[in-house]
Ligand binder design. Sequence first.
Ligand SMILES: Cc1cc2nc3c(=O)[nH]c(=O)nc-3n(C[C@H](O)[C@H](O)[C@H](O)COP(=O)(O)OP(=O)(O)OC[C@H]3O[C@@H](n4cnc5c(N)ncnc54)[C@H](O)[C@@H]3O)c2cc1C
Length: 389
Amino acid sequence: MLTNGAPTPQGNTAKSDAAFRDVFTSDTNYKLASSSISFYKSIQEGGFNLGMHFNGYLFLMDERNLKSMAVQSLLKRVKSKVISREEISELGIKTDTDPEAAKIMGLKNIDGGFVGENCGIMEPDLLASYYVRELENMGGVEFRYNTNVTRLNLSPRTKLNFPGEPFIWQDKIIESIETKSSELFADHFLLATDVWTSDLTSPLGIDPFTQPKKVQVFQVQSNGIVEMMKKKVTGEEDIFPFTILPGPSIDLRPDPKSRTFWVSYSEGIGRGFSLEENPMAEADYYSNNLYPVLREYIPAFEDARIMSSWAGYYSMNNMDGTYVLERNMNLSVVTGSSGSGIMKADAAGRLASSLYSGKEKAKLYGGAEIRVADLGITTRRVDQETLII
Ligand SMILES: Cc1cc2nc3c(=O)[nH]c(=O)nc-3n(C[C@H](O)[C@H](O)[C@H](O)COP(=O)(O)OP(=O)(O)OC[C@H]3O[C@@H](n4cnc5c(N)ncnc54)[C@H](O)[C@@H]3O)c2cc1C
């Protein structure tokens, strides 16, 4: 089943930064992201514009992190380079922070920058349009937008027609799903319902092992930011890199069209797991949490103003920060993208297809393979990701 668009303002794809990177420490994440990036690149080069720009990811770091094993092995694995303090200063970023502010807010000095070059930004609505077009061309697919699934109906595989079925000793399946106005039957159901998955599976006793974490985005502009937008560290276009501060690791997503930064931060302790129907960015969050840090590192934020703001959810798998794929009966579930789902979406789709067809391995674009069971819950075998932004 393909779900798309409940009546409430859901859908984290449209709310995301839609940035992509192959810079991951976990081998699984690397395969998922790098194969998806290659696929998207091939689509764009084939003439379907996905709004992809290879403007790079810039991780600003102190000397300890720059020299870490993780960075040294990433330099060998992915197309990347290190840039100097001088090059960072030229971008409009202060490399030495005020000692008093650094003490209070845990800021770090910047000794260099790790630049992932096979990384950048894209437009998620264009990516979604591409898959819709392909599915329409394949035929046999019906889209039902604005249709909320309210319930999965559990039934015995062989019905006895006694009240209270299914009993504990009966073999069970999902017979149908319910919407407000209809009941839909299928041999197999696939939930790609992101942070809303447990709303549907919990009543059945199926735990997707993911939690929703709210993330806010503030679109910010000043004359200084407009000037910064013209600078670059990699790629052919003059577009500022997607930038991650060294601590707190606030990220800045350039939006070349509006010449603004989208600022966000993925909180750990202090931000509970919760799910609101229509999440909003919190007015004080920018001024009390983000702004004091931003202005210390980047003077162009001093007089910047918020143009707009929004909020969405990461579907957090807190075990290892990547997808969860699980099949129970005739129900397959794909969730837990943990804040990096668009950049891995093509691979996730190929894994979902293998999960549904009962294949042992999924073949990703470019030929790499992943064992489907490695992303399962009880059969899981994923190395820990240390670069969750
Ligand atoms: C602020 C923010 C920034 C992000 N930045 C990035 C980034 O830079 N790069 C990146 O790769 N990822 C990023 N992400 C993560 C990315 O957005 C998600 O991983 C991705 O959008 C998940 O896609 P999805 O299709 O699984 O879920 P969604 O896009 O959330 O879609 C799920 C769909 O299921 C529907 N649905 C749910 N329940 C039901 C129901 N009961 N009945 C019918 N339909 C239902 C919803 O309406 C929705 O349309 C970010 C996320 C946020 C919130």
